[in-house]
Write a protein that binds this ligand. Sequence first.
Ligand code: GAR
Length: 208
Amino acid sequence: MTTPERSTAERTGIVVLVSGSGTNLQALIDAAADPAYGVRIVAVGADRAGITGLHRAAAAGIPTFVCRVQDHEDRAAWDAELARRIGDHEPAFVVSAGFMKLLGPQVLSRWVVLNTHPALLPLFPGAHAVRDALAAGATETGCTVHVVDSGVDTGPVLAQATVPVLEGDTEEALHERIKAVEHPLLVEYVGRAAREGITVTDGKASIP
Ligand code: GAR
């Protein structure tokens, strides 16, 4: 049995935001190569120039843009400009894949934003989740796909996967093992949100 080809028009457009190496972005790029996945990455945005994530997008022929906080008068102006740059590509929703800035109300009021975080939220929110889990002596940690709200990693959770912390783990080694489960989890939930739709009501996120 063959899966019917989806035309570009049937694919859901998403903008992916990155700040670094972009391995989660790469997992999405690879998945989106299959039309049946139902996702077209219409642009990749970053808060800094020259990062590997942007190179990955360019190599895949995806339009990119950079919107740096320091080029704006204040956070509100940056938020408005980021919303304008995202809006240029008319995505159905936005994915924050290692984007290390808090998004503002202009972006969050216009799009559902899915985020991937390298810990079992609500444990270890923030920018150093893997380091914090190690420092706390956690015996297991993992990753979370959730919808972004105005807090720091506080939005409604869609899915989580667990990773054991091993004796003698370094931050780098543990983060690599987390990424190994994070990539397929993000790919699964971005695909489902694109194909089935995602709603956020009264602080609860659901994919039918
Ligand atoms: C990912 O592990 C992601 O969960 C994390 O940054 C990494 C980015 O890796 N995000 C956060 O810590 C957000 N609080 P990547 O650039 O290789 O995808």
